[in-house]
Every structure is written in structure tokens, then in C-alpha cells.
Design a protein around this ligand. Sequence first.
Ligand code: NDP
Length: 295
Amino acid sequence: MRISFLGLGAIGTPMAARVAARHELTVWNRTGARAAAFAAQHPCRVAATPRAAAEGAQAVITCLPTSADVEALLDGGDGLAAGLADGVLFIDCTSGDAATSRRLAERLAARGVTYVDAPVSGGTNGAESGTLAVMVGGDQAAFERARPILECFGQRIERIGPVGSGDALKAVNNALLAANILAVGEGLAALVKAGVPAAKALEIINVSSGRSFVSEVLVPTRVLNGSWPRTFRLALLDKDVRIAVGLLEETGVEGPVLQLVSKQFREARARLGEGADYLEAIRLIERQAGVEIRG
Ligand code: NDP
């Protein structure tokens, strides 16, 4: 198929690389140098504008920070919308918000373009190995069209419900991740200060009822060894938790826990900046506690 991929960021790049291996790929990235660097390594064509990327494509994949960024990409003479042909499938892999996704779907449907929200989970490693979970919002027919394309980088590919439901699920998933990061960081900082070695504490937590992806995978491979790789910006996780809190508000669910998590991440973003990695939230806890969680 002729597929266009827009947004060669930390996760978009390995996802697009897997699409390049199976399909005729065109890429566009806001910073052109990144697209050129990608094209030097993978078979693809580089489009000069979003419009040029859309022209001739049978399916378009976007992976930008927010739904608002995707919506803005549609506009203008060189915008995506100007190049989309009738019948194109539009797969938005952004971790977006449901309301904007529904508006995008309506706007594109008016031009004969089918939209699905398809946020992913599994991190940059999962994108590289093609093992992402993909949460799809859209009708069954759209899902059936999207699935073979999503199989380039996804392993567990599920239709969640109508447009926007993938976004909603992804936001809640990431709010749980964020809550876990803070809770594990706080608990381990206290244990280390109380004289329990972090590695020993994790060894036991990870065969006990408090274990989580954060305690089993993230902290051992990124915090204990002090490597702090940058794979997912804290600013994006802050955005995800805000979307989740918005969902709680919309549905009338009181959410003191997730509201507090959101406040903590908002403050962490303000202190650490737009480039910080999400696990650096634990660094702030370490700093406040005057201790390092290593082992
Ligand atoms: P990055 O910040 O690494 O990259 C963002 C990409 O979007 C870049 O290609 C950037 O272009 C482009 N971009 C940013 N703003 C605009 C804009 N206004 N118009 C056009 N292009 C823009 O993000 P990620 O790749 O990490 O994340 C992308 C999406 O995937 C987010 O919604 C994120 O929440 C989600 N996600 C990320 C995961 C991860 O592990 N990183 C895991 C799961 C989901 P430029 O090169 O010019 O800056």
C-alpha cells in the first residue's frame, strides 16, 4: 500500500521504520532534517509539505504530541486536508483527546476520509520490536481496514469502541502509569532512607502484591542503574494525565487521586522542562528526599 507517515518523533520514528519495511512509504516531519535522516536509513520518499504527503496516499498515519497538533496539520493550502483523496484511511496514533478526535472524524468524513484514533502503548522498545498495544476507536469496518497496517508495529490490536474511545483508554492507562511512578518513587525513597537497599526492596516487591510495570521493568532498568534514558517526554505524560482527569470530570467521577497525580506532573513539567524524560519525576522525589534510589 502507499502509506504516508507524519511525525518522526521518539516513537513515530521506529513505527515508521516498520511501515517502510512492508509498504511504499512517504514521510513528512516538521523539522525536515529528521525526515532526511530517516530517509537515509529506510526506503521512503520525503514529502515537502503535509499536503504533498497526503497526495497519492491510500492511508495516512499521524503521530504528533497532541490532537490539536494533528488538527492544525489539516489546515491551509499546504495542509494535509488539501491533499487527501476521497476514500483515504486516516490513522491517528497520537495519544490524543476524544473530543478533538471526534471533531477530526467528522471533518474528514465530510471529505470521504475515514478516521480512527489508534494510540499505542509499549514505548520505543515496543515500537522497534513491533510489539505495541494499539487501542482503536472507530467503527468495525474502519478497524478491519486499519488492522493490517497497524500490524506493522502492533501486536495486540483491539477495537475499543467508537471514535475517541482509544484515546480515552490510553489516557487512563497512562494516568495509572503516572500514579505508579510517583508511588514507587516515594516508597523506595523512604525505604532507602530507612536503611533498606533499593535493589533488595524491589526484589521482594516484585514477588509481592505491590508490583507493577514500574517496579518490575522501569525502575530496575533505568533508575537503579542511573541510566535515565530519554524515551518519552514527561510533558507528554503530563498531557495524558490531564486528558484522563478531563474524562473523570466529564463522566462525573470524583478523582482526588488522579487529580493529585496530575498536579504533581504539571509541577514536575514546570520544573524540569519540555525535554525531560517521564521517569525524571522520580529524580524530583530523590532530590526532595535527599537520597538516590540506586543498586
Ligand atoms: P516527540 O516529542 O518525540 O516527537 C513529536 C513529533 O511531533 C516530532 O516529529 C515533532 O516534529 C512533531 N511535532 C510536534 N509538534 C508539532 C506540530 N505542531 N506540528 C507538526 N509536527 C509537530 O513525541 P513522541 O514521538 O514520543 O510521541 C508522539 C505521540 O505518541 C504523543 O502523543 C505521545 O504521547 C505518544 N506516545 C509516545 C510514546 C513514547 O514512548 N515516546 C509511547 C506511547 C505513546 P519535530 O521533529 O519538528 O519536533
